[in-house]
Design a protein around this ligand. Structure first.
Ligand code: HEC
Length: 238
């Protein structure tokens, strides 16, 4: 139990009583569950706010690279094609082929897991879910907090546990990264991974905002001739 409290303090996760659930819901749309403190009291866990910025391509590119190295060993992202990735994220095709396509050799392919999910189900006791839509399903903040919330727990088969998803079947796959980088760098890396996952869940989101802006601008600009025409038409009637 002490270990959990240390992780919570270390992560800077905001923990509060009572009010927690509703404000976490209001802030991130999804709460991050509860945990029991040293006295066995139920405490609410606020989700950390994920640094999502779909205009930050370098961050999404870094996230893509880490996602390919650390996650697709087990998880699929079946709605995303490699070709979409290199086109939309401005990653040269050669680099995608060389560094990102670890599980297949066709750029038109979807992202599949290296290890057969059924086999994994028997190893981990739970099949790793497809992650294409994960951030929409759980919310960006939930995924970000979940990835930050692994801690050592010798009682678990893989020696790790998770505050947000207690007894998670997923091992702490970023353990080495966490040991070998500063806390800030580690958080930034996880932020980049979640930023990539947010892009993956809705690759059109950023584009849509840009279109929205021009459409509104066009409608506003259209008001001027419409107003003048209206004046012209009614001139003789009055
Ligand atoms: C060794 C295999 C493995 C690797 C590598 C792995 N995961 Fe997982 N992951 C799992 C398993 C198994 C689960 C199911 C956990 C459960 O339900 O208890 C899971 C669950 C998850 C979930 C929670 C899904 C949900 O909604 O309940 C997220 C999010 C996730 N993984 C993200 C990642 C990310 C991001 C990476 C790369 C940094 C990654 N995983 C790497 C095996 C893995």
């Amino acid at each position: 139990m002490k270990a959990i409290n240390k992780v919570i303090a270390g992560l800077g996760l905001t923990v509060a009583l009572g009010l927690g659930a509703s404000s976490a819901q209001a802030a991130g749309g999804h709460g991050c569950g509860t945990y029991k403190d040293v006295e066995g009291k139920e405490q609410t866990l606020h989700c950390e706010s994920a640094p999502i910025d779909l205009t930050n391509k370098p961050s999404i590119q870094r996230g893509a690279s880490m996602f390919m190295s650390y996650c697709v060993g087990c998880h699929t992202a079946q709605y995303v094609r490699y070709s979409k990735m290199y086109k939309d994220l401005d990653i040269p095709k050669e680099l995608v082929e060389k560094y990102l396509m670890l599980t297949t050799d066709q750029v038109g392919d979807h992202i599949t897991a290296k290890i057969d999910p059924e086999l994994q189900s028997s190893w981990f006791g739970a099949a790793p879910p497809d992650l294409s839509m994960e951030t929409r399903l759980r919310g960006n903040d939930w995924v970000y907090t979940y990835l930050l919330a692994f801690y050592e727990d010798p009682s678990r088969p893989w020696g790790s546990n998770n505050i947000v998803l207690p007894n998670a079947a997923m091992p702490h796959v970023l353990h080495d990264m966490q040991m070998n980088t500063s806390k800030e760098q580690y958080r930034q890396n996880i932020g980049d991974i979640v930023n990539f996952m947010a892009w993956m869940a809705e690759p059109q989101a950023h584009q849509r905002k840009i279109y929205g802006f021009w459409v509104v601008l066009f409608l506003l600009a259209l008001l001027i001739p419409v107003y003048l025409l209206n004046k012209e038409f009614w001139k003789d009637v009055k």
